[in-house]
Ligand binder design. Structure first.
Ligand code: SF4
Length: 309
């Protein structure tokens, strides 16, 4: 076990993603923010497009807690899964003086689960504990050839394999190994530092068969009402874009059709149809067209802009 732990750390020293900004800070809030952003968004997009901008706007947990929710949602626009931003804001309000340093206490906060709590404690507070995300789970299942694996068993195996001399780097190394080498399809076993003792290397994919994702097709109908360079938006009532603004929902109509486009959101494959309106009978938040990009609207609404700008 020790030999493999050392081999893994040596591999990490050379090939690990040390340049990621949240790996070069001890600021717990920055680490926490990166973990929330990375939950459903690719590393490169978080690193290049969202993490630096968000921190510029909300540099501390207190600044985030003091900001109005619509500003937070506006900064989150484009990242999707907006419940993450709402929970981030709630957690900031509940923890103005700092995030707790105990996984169980962290898990009581909105939007923080077992993985995020452990990641904060391992990467931020340098605690000697295992971390299991989807990448590490895949490595554990294959390394230990776990044919049937419960969440508890995978965490137990990660704990068994933990390098207590350098647990933070060990966890980061496993994470990178999962995302760079032990890939879901066609893992690169021939260059893997764990290949010598990996029990699953002969048929790695049988330990990590995943169900094919199922998508739901939906058709949406929105109205576009513009007066004096201001566009009518309405507070979203749906679960998808809760507490955000969106174009008014209308019934499908035969006239004033502006166009349609495709959009993907979580498990939904959406066809969005737009219609020009002369009036709208409902709650309206008039928003200047120039301010649309900095308002709490989804990327769907921003995408619709090309039909009326
Ligand atoms: S040897 Fe292959 S299956 Fe085993 S951990 Fe490495 S990449 Fe994954």
């Amino acid at each position: 076990m020790k030999k493999m732990q050392n081999t893994l750390l040596k591999w990490y020293e050379i090939f690990g993603r040390h340049e990621l900004p949240w790996r070069n800070t001890n600021d717990i809030y920055h680490i926490y923010l990166s973990e929330i952003m990375l939950q459903q968004t690719q590393v490169n997009r978080v690193r290049d497009e969202y993490y630096p901008q968000f921190l510029e706007k909300f540099p501390t947990l207190k600044a985030l807690a003091d900001a109005p929710l619509d500003e937070v949602l506006a900064s989150w626009s484009g990242l999707g899964y907006y419940s993450r931003a709402r929970n981030l804001h709630k957690t900031a309000i509940l923890s103005k003086d700092g995030l707790p340093d105990c996984p169980k206490a962290l898990e009581k906060l909105p939007g923080i689960g077992q993985y995020t709590a452990s990641a904060i404690c391992s990467f931020g507070y340098h605690q000697n504990i295992p971390v299991v995300d989807t990448n590490i789970a895949r490595v554990m299942k294959r390394y230990f050839a776990l044919e049937t694996s419960t969440n508890d068993l995978i965490w137990k195996k990660a704990d068994e394999f933990l390098n207590h001399k350098d647990s933070r780097d060990h966890n980061l190394a496993l994470m990178d190994l999962g995302s760079l080498i032990c890939l879901p399809k066609n893992p690169k076993c021939d260059i893997c530092p764990l290949q010598e003792v990996c029990l699953g290397k002969d048929e790695p994919e049988i330990y990590t068969k995943t169900k094919k994702k199922e998508y739901e097709n939906l058709e949406l109908f929105y109205g576009v009402l513009i007066q004096n360079n201001q566009i009518a938006l309405t507070p979203s009532t749906g679960k998808m874009y809760k507490k955000m603004l969106e174009l008014p929902i209308v019934d499908p109509i035969d006239e004033n059709f502006l166009g349609s486009f495709k959009h993907s959101y979580t498990k939904y494959r959406l066809t969005v149809n737009l219609y020009k309106l002369d009036s709208f009978d409902g709650d309206i938040v008039w928003t200047h067209l120039d301010k649309l990009d900095t308002s709490p609207v989804s990327s769907l609404t921003k995408k619709a802009k090309k039909f009326f700008n």
